[in-house]
Design a protein around this ligand. Structure first.
Ligand code: PLP
Length: 440
């Protein structure tokens, strides 16, 4: 379908979402006729605009912390700061049952425990993620199964997820990598068809939206991280939440030593202590007031970069669905290495010399190709579920070819809310300049 600008609907929406005038967008799509000398070869740098990251903490956090110091308790249960943070969280993500906890890893462990993962149960997830996605699965004696990824969104390919379902599969963990929403309708359809729990790992995706809806509201349970590198932070911290009345109360039990603080009584559930203190909650309550600005800016900058590198030969932009909001924890484009006379390392070196904050790939290897997975070295060098014959998983034979290619052809660009649009314009020019120089 074309609009009055004769652009396909998807491109039109992406341009509008980025807040760009179509005339500007089209003007910038052209590659320079004669490539300028690269900075790495002594030429002029493409990036001239400087930016400075402002302090991350200030009045909103101070106000909460000051109030907290007047309290008699810093314990989470009925804690005023935990209450305020929870309310503010629910304003951006309307989930009924919310458990604040000590990390994103803790949130994910609580989620899989609440989902009832039992020794030998399989949980399908993404091979490009933080190890925190699967730590809880391993501790619950479940078996992580890694499905392949979409080549341009870097998120789970729902068809490959479905191919990997076995009678032992109990859950899917959808990782919204870099803040880019997964194909949640398709994943939810697969989960519903096979009676699986869908857990959303939103650790990198604060403020992201899927078809206009806050991520975290489509799956059965959703998890966030408040670790230092995330959009908002308490140094360490996490949130796990659900709208499901059966699963929801378990989030509190599993995060709090198995103790049901509403009904009391004896322990029915076995768990560890993943509670968040009021100190962290106070900082989180301040930080969350900054979220919308942070995410709106990152989303605009990431989309702008995509617009400006669209059509560059040999480069595929980070693909965000036109109706979604990616919160760009990072930006990653892919290189078609055959289209260039240099390798990725040289391309990245040239970009860095131009003044772009760029690096090659993301994690060094797909999750299951780390020694701890290859050697099944989880518990004192052994894996009880394997020893007990509950799984025949051999991670060295586990193949996710697209994920491997993403890691060897991806180029990561830092996106930060403190960057002026002009910086992104110049960074995009740097990509076009370097690509033109090495183009074959
Ligand atoms: C996708 C993803 N999942 C889980 C985690 C774990 O979060 P945390 O570091 O707070 O334990 C992270 C942290 O980087 C992450 O990026």
């Amino acid at each position: 379908m074309k609009n009055s600008h004769n652009l396909p609907r998807r491109e039109f929406l992406a341009a509008s979402a980025a807040g760009l005038s179509l005339a500007t967008r089209i003007a910038h799509a052209a590659e320079p006729a004669t490539p300028a000398a690269l900075a790495v070869d002594g030429g002029e740098k493409a990036v001239k605009t400087a930016f400075k990251q402002p302090p991350r903490f200030g009045e909103p956090e101070r106000e909460r912390l000051n109030e907290m110091l007047g309290q008699d308790t810093l314990f989470y249960w009925k804690g005023p700061q935990t209450g305020i943070f929870t309310e503010r969280f629910q304003q951006i993500c309307p989930l009924k049952h919310v458990m604040t906890c000590s990390s994103g890893t803790a949130a994910l462990h609580i989620a899989v425990a609440a989902a009832g993962i039992w020794p030998g149960d399989e949980v399908i997830t993404a091979p490009i993620t933080d190890i925190g996605t699967v730590i809880g699965v391993i501790y619950q004696m479940g078996v992580p199964v890694f499905a392949d990824l979409d080549p341009t969104t870097y998120n789970l390919d729902p068809a490959d997820v479905e191919r990997r379902i076995t009678p032992k599969t109990k859950a899917i963990i959808a990782v919204h990598l870099a803040g880019n929403p997964c194909d949640l309708d398709a994943l939810k359809a697969v989960a519903d068809k096979h009676n699986l729990i869908l857990i959303e790992d939103c650790a990198q995706a604060w403020g992201a939206k899927y078809r206009g809806k806050p991520i975290g509201t489509i799956g059965h349970i959703a998890c966030w991280s408040l670790q230092n590198s995330k959009h908002i932070t308490t140094g360490d911290g996490g949130v796990v939440a659900s709208n499901d009345d059966a699963l929801g109360p378990r989030l509190q039990w599993f995060g709090d030593k198995g103790f049901d603080r509403i009904n009391g009584g004896q322990f029915s559930f076995f768990s560890t202590n993943y509670r968040m203190s009021e100190t962290q909650a106070a900082v989180a309550a301040g930080q969350i007031t900054r979220l919308e600005d942070i995410v709106a800016t990152r989303s605009k900058l990431g989309n702008l970069l995509s617009e400006r590198i669209a059509g560059v030969k040999g480069i595929t932009a980070h693909n965000v669905h036109a109706e979604d909001r990616c919160s760009f924890w990072f930006y990653m484009f892919r290189m078609d290495l055959a289209a260039f006379s240099c390798d990725r390392a040289q391309f990245v070196k040239a970009l860095v010399a131009e003044g772009v904050q760029a690096s090659a790939g993301y994690i060094p290897v797909t999750m299951h190709h780390n020694p701890v997975f290859l050697n099944h070295g989880f518990f004192a060098g052994k894996w009880p579920v394997k020893e007990m014959g509950l799984t025949d998983m051999d991670f060295s034979k586990h193949e996710t070819p697209e994920a491997e290619k993403i890691l060897t052809t991806g180029v990561r660009i830092v996106i930060h809310e403190s960057m002026p649009e002009q910086y992104i314009e110049e960074a995009a020019y740097a990509v076009r300049k370097v690509a033109a120089h090495y183009s074959v």
